[in-house]
Design a protein around this ligand. Sequence first.
Ligand code: CA
Length: 182
Amino acid sequence: MTRILLVEDEESYRVPLAYRLEKDGFEVAQAATGPDAVELFAASGADLVLLDLMLPGMEGTQVCREIRRTSDVPVIMLTAKDDEIDKVVGLELGADDYVTKPYSYRELLARVRAVLRRRGDLSVSDEHAPSDAIAVGRISMDTVRHEVSVAGELVAVPLREFELLEMFLRNPDRVLTRGPLT
Ligand code: CA
């Protein structure tokens, strides 16, 4: 199983992200500070590191350097502002990619998979992994290709509707109640 070290001090980002990554088949270790991240990586390693830039104790840039001393593990930086990207790129930290907050989970997952594929990690699920393809009744969707078909015919679905539909299809036995009509 592909192991991700998720380094993010904001619990409201970290916990839901870890949960979704685990649902998509990754093993996730979490660290909330720079020093914790370095320590955890030294102790247990990882196949990929998702690294927040602004961290308590030690900045993400320094964490990346520390990790790079001993490992060429893929690193994706999570940055909050555009000007921070300049910092990440300018410092030539050896990060493999970066994602700007707020990011969509789908975008992040696509980058995680792309980076792992580039590194030739064969344990990474490709487009045909079971979790990417959902079929309920006549409707099927491919969450990586972002395609929906009804009875075999492709239909165009905007992103918001796509995510809603995915939620419905992943919870086929749950009753989802609507709010009061206005
Ligand atoms: Ca932060």
